[in-house]
Design a binder for this molecule. Structure first.
Ligand SMILES: [Mn+2]
Length: 445
């Protein structure tokens, strides 16, 4: 499996050109997320801003990309840290200006230390700046300070500000060949890891042990990081959507919900399976499992070019409502359950989300009036999304028949929209009820 290759520089250059083509006579600034301090001189694992990564592939903190649009001479200017032997001795090697100049096809490479003096000069002639607030709050404050004036709008600094994600979101929404390759790698790594952990489930002492064993597999098969913090939820912990793994023992008779994904060179997988530890679902467990499984299949079949995420969600909701009525969990008709939204007590999230550089990937919007949300855009080939219906019954919910209380089941696949319909990138991980049982008992080896 080839999985450690970075996206070639000419692809990043092409993406930058696509941004510049949108901002003739305007400027755009993309900056790195700040490093997050833990305690004293320790930091949390650095996470690059996905938009800056999409346009440069650079994973270093203290990096910024300034784009100056023009009909005649558009320019890209990269700011990053200069080499510093003393700091590198302690913090690790940096790219540095010289290597960046040789490798990255921008018009100018400057030291990030000069950003505050250079930025006002570069921006002075531009009326409009595309900039995303909230990525680096300190930079936000600096830019706002430059825009502030007491008596009149400044004419030597942009007077209009637009969220820069409006430029990148439509591009990031449709994955190119290089991205699809890496998303498939992330899905494949996640698949084999889920399988290997599934057949071993009885040997894990706790949720945490299981989570870390799964993550060990991700890295063994070539992950570069986790797509998001792994969720391993035993028994009624699965009724909490984003349960953080604890030292809770995995007990026979209960279910274990695992929702996790590998990240390969920036691209995420996001998979959920729910396993019966004993190797056999009880009758109520099986009833809920099948209800979620059917809803998942409904959603997957619905996904194709021309339909919207909202339409898929509605189809999944309809299916879930039918099951809630049939199982008499809500004593009402399926149509009424759907109409009065009483299903939301047990299925409270959307049927899926976009997937890409972020596990919950950026969604394009259409800035018409009123604005149109990405969930209402017609899918096109190259969109990647997850499908993840679930049902969750609080252990203390007396309105639910007793046999279902404390059950939490979610199933999730990653889906690539293609011309012909869709590819399920994660369908090599068994998911049918009997296959899941056989994994747990070691019969499916
Ligand atoms: Mn998900």
């Amino acid at each position: 499996m080839k999985h450690n290759s970075k996206i070639p520089e000419n692809i990043y250059a092409k993406r930058r050109a696509q941004i510049l083509a949108q901002i003739k006579g305007e400027a755009a600034l993309f900056c790195a997320l700040p490093e997050k301090g833990r305690e004293r001189d320790m930091y949390y694992e650095f996470q690059q801003d996905a938009n800056l990564y999409y346009l440069t592939g650079i994973e270093e903190p203290q990096t910024a990309l300034l784009m100056l649009g023009s009909n005649t001479k558009p320019r890209s200017i990269l700011f990053l840290r200069e080499k510093d032997p003393y700091k590198e001795q302690w913090q690790g090697v940096r790219l540095g200006l010289k290597i960046a100049k040789a490798q990255i096809k921008v018009d100018l490479v400057l030291d990030i230390a000069s950003l505050k003096t250079e930025l006002p000069k570069f921006l002075a002639p531009y009326p409009c700046l595309h900039y995303t607030p909230g990525v680096d709050v300190k930079l936000d404050q600096f830019i706002l300070s430059l825009a502030q004036t007491l008596n009149a709008p400044r004419c030597n600094f942009p007077s209009a500000f637009v969220d820069a994600r409006l430029l990148t979101a439509p591009l990031r929404w449709v994955k190119d060949k290089e991205e699809i390759k890496r998303l498939k790698q992330a899905a494949a790594i996640t698949a084999i890891s889920f399988y290997e952990v599934g057949i071993n489930l009885r040997n894990f002492a706790t949720e945490l042990h299981c989570a870390k064993a799964l993550e060990e597999k991700f890295y063994k098969y070539g992950a570069t990081r986790l797509a998001f913090p792994s969720i391993v939820a035993a028994a009624d912990h699965a009724t909490y959507l984003h349960h953080v793994p604890q030292k809770t023992p995995l007990k026979s008779g209960g279910l274990v919900l695992i929702d996790a994904g590998a990240n390969v060179n920036g691209y995420c997988a996001d998979v959920t399976r729910t396993f019966p530890l004993s190797g056999k679902f009880s009758k109520p467990q099986a009833q809920i499992y099948q209800a979620v499984y059917r809803a998942l299949q409904t959603g997957i079949k619905k996904a194709r070019p021309g339909v919207t995420m909202s339409m898929i969600h509605q189809a999944v909701v309809k299916d879930i409502c039918a099951s809630l009525a049939v199982l008499k969990i809500i004593k009402s008709s399926a149509a009424k359950i759907e109409k009065d939204k009483s299903y939301q007590r047990y299925f409270m999230h959307r049927a899926g989300h976009w997937l890409g550089l972020e596990a919950h990937d950026i969604s394009p919007i259409v800035t018409s009036f009123p604005q149109v949300h990405g969930y209402d855009l017609k899918l096109v080939p190259g969109n990647v999304l997850t499908m993840e219906p679930g049902l969750y019954f609080d252990p203390g919910d007396k309105s639910v028949p007793q046999e279902y209380r404390g059950l939490g089941i979610r199933l999730e696949e990653d889906i690539l929209i293609t011309k012909a319909g869709r590819d399920v990138l994660t369908d090599c991980i068994p998911i049918k009820l009997t296959d899941i049982e056989n994994i747990c008992t070691g019969r499916l080896l």
